[in-house]
Write a protein that binds this ligand. Structure first.
Ligand code: PGA
Length: 251
């Protein structure tokens, strides 16, 4: 059985003071839900604060991006090794970074290798845009993103990764995908190609989240799907009761 994993992607929200407040409101409840791996992904500036507040709990910390080089003249960037001081996970290739900050499949692959080299577990985001979806290109796009992101890894490493299937049209829109449709994409276009490239063991062990307008009232339907192992949660992770409700739905 794959253990469910639910990550809260806070995006560019929360000062350290606001982050502290949200952790105070959620920490006790989240820490008790030990059948689920819970990962909080605050902005870089709040990583140390949040990591300190949950240090004695099973709650884990993730960053929202990393650079692929270990150090050097890259003004404004942060390396995976620097993040490993605070984090166990790192979100890579989020659609907002692909769409607004020029991230490419090749760049995501370099970041995946860098993260693993620093001991972080990547949460690799893939997903099609509305136009690609409407043009029946979901499979082509998701398979390409998965193959590119995981290129050069071995089967054991892939088995330990997390992939987040986030249809871009469902992110922040309130229009979540249909759970069975998302599960079919994950089965056919994520586990399928992973199985071809790395073997059925990796395909079955890899954890795959759904992301895009997950709320407490729709989360259970996603988690009831065999191929969906949790969620990457944006907006609802900023509200204490909503995020706790989503994690509870995975119990
Ligand atoms: P959302 O964001 O839950 O607000 O749709 C999900 C994400 O971008 O990871």
């Amino acid at each position: 059985m794959r253990k469910p994993i639910i990550a809260g992607n806070w995006k560019m929200h929360k000062t350290t003071a606001e982050a502290r407040q949200l952790v105070y409101e959620t920490r006790t409840d989240l820490a008790a839900l030990t059948a689920v791996d819970v990962v909080l992904c605050p902005p870089f500036t709040a990583l140390a604060e949040v990591a300190g507040l949950v240090a004695d709990t099973p709650i884990r910390i993730g960053a929202q991006n990393a650079h692929w080089e270990p150090d050097g003249a890259y003004t404004g960037e942060i390396s995976a090794g620097m993040l490993a001081e605070f984090c166990d996970y790192v979100i890579l290739g989020h659609s907002e970074r692909r769409a607004m900050f020029g991230e490419t499949d090749e760049g995501v692959n370099r970041k995946v290798h860098a993260a693993l080299g620093a001991g972080l577990i990547p949460i690799v985001c893939v997903g099609e845009t509305f136009e690609e979806n409407q043009a029946d290109r979901t499979g082509e796009v998701v398979v390409r993103q998965v193959r590119a992101a995981l290129a050069g890894l071995d089967a054991d490493t892939v088995a330990g990764l997390v992939v987040a299937y986030e249809p871009v049209w469902a992110i922040g829109t309130g229009l979540a995908a249909e759970p069975d449709g998302a599960a079919a994409v994950i089965r056919d276009f994520i586990r399928g190609p992973v199985g071809e490239a790395f073997g059925s063991g990796a395909a079955e062990t890899l954890r795959v989240q759904y992301g895009g307008s997950v709320k407490p009232d729709n989360a259970g339907a996603f988690f009831s799907m065999d191929d969906i192992d949790g969620a990457l949660v944006g907006g609802a992770s900023l509200k204490a009761a909503d995020f706790i409700g989503i994690v509870r739905a995975a119990m």
